[in-house]
Write a protein that binds this ligand. Sequence first.
Ligand SMILES: Cc1ncc(COP(=O)(O)O)c(C=O)c1O
Length: 345
Amino acid sequence: MIDLRSDTVTVPCAGMRRAMTEAVVGDDVIDVDPTVQQLQERIADLLGKEAAIFMPSGTMTNQVAVRLHCQRGDEFLCEYGCHIFTYEQAAFASMSGVAPHPLVGSRGNLTLEQLVAARRPDNEHAARTTLVCLEHTHNRAGGKLLDWAEVLKIEAWCRAHSMRLHLDGARLFNAAVAAGKSLAELAAPFDTVSVCFSKGLGAPVGSALVGRREYIAQARRHRKAFGGGMRQSGFLAAAALYALEHNFERLAEDHANASWLAEAIQNIPGLQIVDAESNRLVDTNIVLFSVEPRLGTSAEFAAKLEAAGVRCFPFSPTSIRFVTHLHITRDDVAWVAKILSQLSS
Ligand SMILES: Cc1ncc(COP(=O)(O)O)c(C=O)c1O
């Protein structure tokens, strides 16, 4: 079975397992676990920020960031399809009393103009708009890169109006490899950045929230209240350190495989890459494609793929998502392309 459902389906290799079992650990709730501390220092350094805190999931790092930057009754601006708004059960509302103000973007991008128009006026009738959240790469948009010139404009505007800027960088490592920019450059405009070690990097568990020392100290309090205080979590941090060392630069292979597969899909009658740009079909490791009605709904088509040995998620009633990752080879994607041709003929 070739599993293209997500880049989260990977399992640790022998080297990662060894690193985990050999980790030096301590109680990270009472004081510090040395391996967790090492990971936190490493990721803060890579992102050019003062400090970082390890958490079990990207959902928790995002939600702790919202709690950190907003007061009850505040609202944050975000793109409609972003993970924080779409896939985190409105936890910003249930856990922090914060309202979302989602705006429909283009290929995962919001423009400064949209944000300026959406920000509430400063009077007692309106919620206070105190935070903007962006996502890089943008998952629901198909692993898209952000328009960097626009991000810099948004940063300047947020600073001018004392608004905070948070990045959901669950796939920031993919963004860095695809954009040819350093993690620090991509993190620089943001007050806080959430990164995941359990997506393309292939660690089994773990995310980090990265930012100024004072924000991370507050985040540590919120993490405890959210149930994210973990004790000998150095076993997990060791996997994340291994992933950073061995699986970061190789993300280029996942992107090349996704791009190869997208080219093949674009040449299969009945299938079409969603939101392709004129000069490229995909930006990173996510391939979104639509299925013509004559081939059935996306769920029916996905069921046929599953029967043929390819596992994937229908992404909308008419589209399917493939995600390449470290268990997927060029031979695998070539085989998937063959199956797609057979099912579409
Ligand atoms: C863009 C993005 N942000 C956050 C998350 C949440 O990560 P987790 O599953 O670790 O909570 C995901 C998960 O796929 C994601 O794609």
